[in-house]
Design a protein around this ligand. Sequence first.
Ligand SMILES: *[C@@H]1O[C@H](CO)[C@@H](O)[C@H](O)[C@H]1NC(C)=O
Ligand SMILES: *[C@@H]1O[C@H](CO)[C@@H](O)[C@H](O)[C@H]1NC(C)=O
Ligand SMILES: [Zn+2]
Length: 400
Amino acid sequence: MEKLCNFNHEFIIVHLLLFASLLSFTNPTPSPTQDEQSQIISRFQEYLRINTSQPSPDYKKSTQFILTLAESLSLETQVIEFVQGKPLVILKWPGSDLSLPSILLNSHTDVVPSESSKWDYHPFGAHIDENGNIFARGSQDMKCVGMQYMEAVRRLKASGFQPKRSLYLSFVPDEEIGGHDGLEKLAQSDVFKNMNVDIILDEGLASPNENYRLFYGERTPWWLVIKATGAPGHGAKLYDNSAMENLFKSIESIRRFRASQFDLVKAGLKGEGEVISVNMAFLKAGTPSPTGFVMNLQPSEAEAGFDIRIPPTVNAESLEKRIAEEWAPASRNMSFEVEQVKQFSLRKKWHSVRIKGWCTMFSGSVSTKFCGILQYISWNQYDYVLWFVQYFVLLIPSVI
Ligand SMILES: *[C@@H]1O[C@H](CO)[C@@H](O)[C@H](O)[C@H]1NC(C)=O
Ligand SMILES: *[C@@H]1O[C@H](CO)[C@@H](O)[C@H](O)[C@H]1NC(C)=O
Ligand SMILES: [Zn+2]
C-alpha cells in the first residue's frame, strides 16, 4: 500500500534551516494561498489518476497531461519516441546565459502494478482521506517528484525569476522495467549531448518522517565473475589447489570484506550508500549427472558471480587491485571479469564534504545509472541545486 502524506514523503532534502543559514538565496515567494494549494493538489491528483502501470502504461494520457501543464507554464516542449509508443517528454525553460551548462530534472511516468483488491482505496483514485493523505500508486514513486518540479517552476516563474542556466524537465517511460527504452536511449543520444547537462536531480527514497533527504551521489554497479581452475581429482582424495578450494579461498576473503563494510553500517559510522556492498549472485560448479551431480569427483572449474556497488567517493582502483590480488589472483590460477558502469571522475571540490552529515549517498536505483554526470554536484552548481531544493522545501510544507 502506497500512501502519501501530503506530498512530503519522497525525494530530496535537507533541513531547511541548515541550508538557510549556510547560504543566501533569492527570497522565495510567499506561501501559496488556499486556492493555489487546492489547485496544486488537484493537478497532482489528475496526474495520479492516469493509469501508467506497467506492463501497459497509458503514456498517451500522461504525455497529454504533461504537455498541457507545460503549455500553461510557457515551457518549450519536445516529445521523443526512441522506441515507438514509449514517449519521453522534454520541457525546457531557457536560461539567460546559454553558454552555461544546463540543469535536468528527471522523473519517470510509469509505475509498478498494483492489486486493487488489496488497497483501501482504488490505486488510481487519488483519494484524499480526512487527514489529508493521498492514496495512489505512484504517489511516492515518483509522480509527486514530477509534480514538485512543475510546481516549483510555476512558483519561480510567478515570482519573476529568470534562471541563468537552462532548465530541462524530462518525463521518461519504462524506468520500472529497466529504463532501456527511456532514459538509457536519451543518455546515448545527440539530443542529450546538445542539452549540455551538468547536473541532474532524480528520485530518492521516501522518508518515513518529516525530514527531507538529499542524496548527492549514487553507487555504480559492478558485476564480478571469478573463475577458478584446478586439477580434477577423486572425491576421496585430499590435495591442494583444486578449483573448488581455490574458489573458496576467494569467497572467504570476499565475505570478510563484506562483513567489514557491513560492520561500518551497523555501527552507524557509514550510511548504506557510502560503503561497498558485495553480494553473491551465483555459484556455478560441479559435474552434472542424470540425477544431479557426480558426487565423487572434484571438478576442474568453478565460478562465482557477485553484485558489487561502489560509491563514487571510493577509489575504484584499490578495489580493482583487491580483486586482482586477493579475490581472483592469477597465482591461484584464477581469472575474473567485471562488467561495470563507467566510473565518472569527480570534478572540482565536492560540496558533499561540506554538508556531510546532512546528506547521504543513495544506495542505488536503475533510473539514474545511465547518465553518469548526474552523480555529482560541483561548487558552481551548488547554489542552483539549493535554490531548487529551497523551493521544494518551502512549497511542500506550505501545502500541508
Ligand atoms: C491499469 O491498466 C492496465 C492496462 O490497461 C490494466 O490491466 C489494469 O487493471 C489497470 N489497473 C487498475 C488498478 O485499474
Ligand atoms: C596452477 O596451475 C598449475 C598448472 O596446472 C599448477 O601446477 C599449479 O599448482 C596451480 N597453482 C595453484 C595455486 O593452484
Ligand atoms: Zn522510481
